[in-house]
Ligand binder design. Structure first.
Ligand code: UFG
Length: 336
């Protein structure tokens, strides 16, 4: 398709870890991804499949300008703050960026006649699991302001679908992991808090050790079980969600996980095998609000979106993250 015939998709947060993988998938599917990002956590080097437009979500004038210029067929909204512990310490930031910012974006969509949005939500909207694996109908009682901010926008989207014909898919990510197979893009957060990159930094000798937050959980080896899903599989789900919105109205939500649980120790063991590093561990107290097991029931996304993860084996996720880690432009010495 000639560039002029390809529909554009505005991707907020397109310079981030998940956002850059989404842009690649969206471009491969025949759209032009236009990244809207303030680069507070994303990277200009990760924007490779369409233009980068700098701007904040709370800047209504800038959003109008970009929407008028590109006339997006839809928005994929990933921009937001994502560190759970930080959201507990400084909730105002999270409500300002994730809630006010998202509402500002939705209002800009209404002003500019953009009627479809795919929203980056989170398993954090559920809180403490009452059923495992968790279906989308699981009660929603978030344990922290980050999860609350995502849930608030899911609710806003329900109201906006009814009142303004603004149709949406909320994608509830479980634990994104791994990196694009090409090695072009991968995970590079300004402050790393996620297990797999921390483990790989220890394998590379950039950290002395990795903390295991709690080894006395009621799980097979005492450490927390999470549902890791390859970031490229997550990215594909956004393309499927756009297609779903071509034929559906209303506000919809889907879990994106692979339905298989992995313990913290299992992640570390696989990483030791793949990297050849010793990866010393230290046992620390559980992080407040960390449930023992967090597992998706992903059957709804499979059934209604036709989503089929293909890269989410643990070995594949850790080895693609390791390939990326060896190229990534991060400081050589972190030493914690
Ligand atoms: N963990 C450690 N040591 C570390 C870091 C993490 O033991 O140094 C453990 C955590 O306790 C948890 C698991 O590894 O059991 C995964 O932790 P991450 O920090 O990598 O990810 P979370 O499960 O805490 O968070 C993820 C997303 C959040 C989202 C949440 C949904 O990153 O955005 O899932 O519940 F909110």
């Amino acid at each position: 398709m000639a560039a002029a015939d390809r529909p554009t998709i505005l991707v907020t947060g397109g310079a981030g870890y998940i956002g850059s993988h989404v842009c690649k998938a969206v471009a491969r599917a025949g759209y032009i991804p236009v990244t809207y990002d303030n680069l507070c956590a994303g990277h200009a080097w990760a924007v490779r499949w369409g233009p980068l437009e700098g701007g904040d979500l709370i800047d209504a004038g800038r959003l109008d300008e970009v929407m008028r210029q590109y006339k997006p067929a839809a928005v994929i909204h990933l921009a937001g703050l994502i560190v759970v512990s930080e959201s507990v310490k400084d909730p105002a930031q999270y409500y300002l960026n994730n809630v006010n910012g998202s509402i500002g974006l939705l209002d800009a969509m209404r002003r500019n006649g953009v009627e479809r949005i795919v929203f980056s939500s989170s398993a954090a909207v559920y809180g403490e699991p009452e059923i495992t694996p968790m279906p989308e109908t699981h009660p929603q009682q978030p344990l922290n302001p980050y999860g609350t901010s995502k849930l608030m926008i899911e609710r806003v989207l329900q109201d906006y679908a009814r009142a303004y014909n603004l149709h949406s898919v909320s994608l509830r990510y479980f634990n994104a992991a791994g990196a694009d197979a090409s090695g072009e893009i991968g995970e590079a957060h300004p402050v790393e808090t996620h297990l797999i990159p921390l483990v790989l930094e220890a394998a590379a000798g950039k950290r002395h050790s990795v903390a295991i937050y709690g080894d006395d959980y009621p799980t097979r080896d005492g450490t927390c079980i999470r549902d890791y899903i390859h970031v490229s599989d997550l990215a594909e789900a956004h393309v499927l969600a756009l297609r779903y919105l071509d034929n559906s109205v209303g506000a919809h939500a889907f879990n994106l996980g692979n339905g298989a649980g992995t313990t913290v120790r299992e992640v570390i063991d696989v990483a030791r095998r793949i990297t050849g590093g010793t990866i010393p561990v230290r046992i620390e107290p559980p992080r407040p609000g960390d449930p023992a097991i967090l597992l998706a029931d992903p059957s709804r996304a499979r059934r209604l979106l036709g989503w089929q993860p293909t890269q989410s084996g643990l070995e594949q996720m850790v080895s693609s993250a390791w390939d990326w880690h060896q190229r990534v432009p991060v400081p050589q010495q972190i030493m914690v």
